[in-house]
Write a protein that binds this ligand. Sequence first.
Ligand SMILES: Cc1cc2nc3c(=O)[nH]c(=O)nc-3n(C[C@H](O)[C@H](O)[C@H](O)COP(=O)(O)OP(=O)(O)OC[C@H]3O[C@@H](n4cnc5c(N)ncnc54)[C@H](O)[C@@H]3O)c2cc1C
Length: 237
Amino acid sequence: MIDFELNDEQQLVRETARGFAERELAPRAAARDRSGQFPVEELRALAGLGLLGVNIPEALGGAQAGVVAYSLAMTEVARADASVAVAMAVTNMVGEVIVRFGTEAQKRELVPLLTSGAAVAGAFGLSEPQAGSDPGAMATTARREGDGWRLDGNKQWITSGDRAGVVIVWARTGGEATAEKVADTSKGSRGISAFIVPGGTPGLSAGKHEDKMGLRGSSTVPLTSRAAPSCPRACRR
Ligand SMILES: Cc1cc2nc3c(=O)[nH]c(=O)nc-3n(C[C@H](O)[C@H](O)[C@H](O)COP(=O)(O)OP(=O)(O)OC[C@H]3O[C@@H](n4cnc5c(N)ncnc54)[C@H](O)[C@@H]3O)c2cc1C
């Protein structure tokens, strides 16, 4: 028999998120949507409540409350302000990706920046102008340069892409892809790796905000990586 009752911790997370959402988010959600103002203070407050790392180990600054608690928190925040919820969701996701796949050093250095709000937000650069539902069509390339990697390409519709202190960028590795030679997309989703790029890395630039019909408090931008110098801390594993 499956027990669908929420445990004490899950109830606490839900009540915490609900209280904050009703008190602090809902009253200004419509104004934020009209103005398109990015919710820096709101994200910082969510971090203070442990909601930027709900399913992340306590040792890395998270609440370690599990996926059910995370989904309860998301539901409460999204009910009040979907823009804040999108930025919150991507930040949690970026932290979880690093926890799951990062090196110990990457986890220790970067995850606390996300859970504490110091990084403002996390961003996840997968989609490209020609690669949405089918990321296997992506053309961004990564190649070794010195002791790091050089990324070249264009990402599209990246949530918090101009605000995030930690950006995960997906790119094609493999010998066939060089700056001179167009990426070989014939391998589909094989040969794609994830890189961690600190926000503000030289060569990484954000373009014009999408003028969306909704979720306007969440920034959605194209990201270009050109001649980004080696990123020794970054990156691939
Ligand atoms: C507000 C917003 C925020 C976003 N944030 C991010 C982000 O942070 N990071 C990121 O990487 N991306 C982000 N995206 C991009 C999002 O992931 C893509 O929009 C999504 O993957 C769909 O891609 P597309 O828009 O190119 O649509 P398309 O791939 O062109 O699809 C259009 C329609 O065709 C359908 N379709 C596609 N292929 C097939 C098929 N083979 N058979 C049948 N139907 C098909 C799709 O289901 C869809 O309904 C964001 C998008 C939005 C709108």
